[in-house]
Design a protein around this ligand. Structure first.
Ligand SMILES: Cc1cc2nc3c(=O)[nH]c(=O)nc-3n(C[C@H](O)[C@H](O)[C@H](O)COP(=O)(O)OP(=O)(O)OC[C@H]3O[C@@H](n4cnc5c(N)ncnc54)[C@H](O)[C@@H]3O)c2cc1C
Length: 467
């Protein structure tokens, strides 16, 4: 018998580590680790508890159980190995620096106690280090990585183990903990249902329609035309091989335009894996700007401005809509993430780490590599980042991606009933006009044109230009 230690792979189907353990009879285990929980947040812990409940129910259907332990896994896992007389432990790799350091400790504790450890690649189609430059280095630029990722053959999903290959365990009497037991408040946002069933439903809905128009609609803020599976991939409630196989199947009978859309979607899956390998190769990026400038970036970090951004009251309608979507749904449309990220790091010159931390604390789909990679992209500090002199114009972004202001009105009720043209010209109205059309909505807190100039000159100073 071998323990399968579930971490960010809360599913039974298409789970490579679990399949490996099941070849010798798998004992499924989850550990509530205080060190991981201290970095948790209500939306993510709520989603995780729901996923664990469904995972446990699935194991019980299969006449086994999800065994739950508490504490430092370097102690808890060897104890379970001894208690159940297991030969060893299998787990799926996590790629962040902190996880890797923890895993080394756990592995040492298990092998010291005489057990064996097998670590398996599962969370991505192509593990970090598998797609490299011709001299074997990890890619720092997406375009070549993306082309290779798209071209390379993908493994098929692995089947769910059958009941006979899982350890027979009497269902535990103890219920899973509640959010409150773990010290978390109820999330303010509505959290989507977790587990493989809901993840498959979301994927299925997307693959039955929107995927064929993904290329045209993915940047349209009002259209909810994207897959909405980021939390499922972050917690591993669905396997990436299963997702990819389903996506490829949509090519059957697709016309040229539809096939191009499917390819555009596959490219986004490649971005996820690109950022996974960027962080794996540069674990210090989690707190450090990837790009080294000769001088520090002179961030403004104004508290009042940061609060206005966080609370969605900057007076830039599309920025406020994005930040309020985050508050209501623990999720933000990708285009809005780019807009609010650029606004924070360029217009407000707030350190990208503050944005990253706020997203980490509020998103249900927080994934260290994607959150970090994307923040460093918008802040022009990342590997393959937006050039520092290209500063998003939030008014133009609103006009281009929400022309009817439908998305804005959905999340900013103070602007309900205000026509799109007025909303997109909000920065140009005089105070009397603003007071008349939407008295409760604030005036813009900054002048975009001058803040844009300031951001560019701040980055030029950091780059040592004009000294
Ligand atoms: C500042 C910022 C922070 C972000 N933080 C996160 C995060 O913490 N977790 C996260 O999963 N995504 C993050 N993203 C990427 C992206 O916004 C979300 O993955 C996407 O909005 C999720 O919605 P979806 O599942 O409908 O995406 P779809 O458009 O349907 O894409 C499908 C999947 O592809 C992957 N993907 C899509 N875009 C990206 C991207 N730019 N980078 C990496 N992977 C991508 C995701 O796994 C996504 O679920 C961030 C983007 C920005 C600009």
């Amino acid at each position: 018998m071998r323990v399968h230690w579930h971490r960010q792979d809360l599913r039974t189907a298409d789970n490579r580590g679990l399949s490996v353990a099941a070849a010798d009879e798998a004992l499924p285990v989850f550990v509530f680790d205080p060190d991981v929980l201290k970095d948790g947040s209500p939306p993510r812990v709520a989603f995780m508890l729901d996923a664990l409940a469904r995972l446990r129910a699935r194991y019980r259907d299969l006449e086994s159980d999800l065994v739950v332990a508490w504490g430092d896994p370097a102690e808890a896992i060897p104890e379970l190995v001894a208690e159940y007389g297991a030969d060893g432990v299998v787990w799926n790799e996590d790629y962040t620096g902190l996880s890797r350091a923890r895993d080394e400790r756990v592995q040492e504790a298990i092998t010291d106690a005489g057990g064996d450890v097998e670590r398996v690649h599962d969370a991505v189609c192509h593990e970090p280090g598998a797609i490299t430059t011709s001299d074997g280095k990890p890619y720092a630029v997406f375009s070549y990585y993306g082309t290779k990722w798209l071209d390379r053959e993908k493994d098929e999903p692995v089947p769910e183990p059958d009941a006979g290959s899982l350890a027979t365990v009497e269902p535990a009497d103890e219920a899973l903990p509640s959010l409150r037991d773990l010290g978390f408040a109820e999330p303010a946002a509505e959290i989507p249902p977790a587990g493989t069933g809901p993840a498959r439903d979301r994927l299925e809905t997307f693959c039955a329609g929107d995927i064929y128009e993904y290329a045209e609609k993915r940047d349209d803020l009002a259209d909810e035309a994207t897959a909405r599976i980021s939390q499922d991939l972050a917690f591993g409630t669905i396997g990436i091989r299963e997702v990819h196989e389903r996506v490829e199947a949509t090519l059957d009978g697709a016309d040229e335009g539809q096939a191009a859309s499917v390819e555009a979607f596959r490219r986004q899956l490649a971005w996820r894996e690109f950022y996974t390998q960027v962080l794996w190769a540069n674990p210090e990026n989690v707190t450090r700007s990837h790009r080294e400038f000769p001088n520090d970036i002179d961030w403004r970090n104004d508290e009042a401005e940061f609060d206005a951004w966080r609370e969605g009251r900057t007076g830039f309608p599309v920025v406020d809509a994005g930040m309020r979507q985050l508050r209501e749904e623990a999720y933000v449309h990708n285009r809005a993430r780019l807009i609010v990220g650029s606004f924070l790091t360029k217009d407000l010159l707030c350190d990208w780490r503050r944005g990253y931390e706020h997203f980490r604390a509020t998103l249900v789909d927080h994934d260290t590599a994607s959150n970090n990679g994307n923040w460093q992209w918008v802040a022009s500090t990342g590997t393959d980042a937006q050039p520092y002199f290209r500063v998003f114009n939030p008014m133009k972004q609103g006009r281009d991606h929400d022309p009817d202001a439908e998305y804005i009105r959905r999340y900013v009720p103070e602007l309900e009933g205000v026509d799109a043209e007025t909303i997109h010209s909000w920065h140009e109205l005089d105070p009397d006009e603003r007071a008349e059309v939407a008295p409760d909505y604030p005036a813009p807190i900054v002048d975009h044109a001058s803040r844009r100039e300031e951001a560019i000159s701040t980055f030029e100073r950091a780059r040592g230009e004009g000294e």
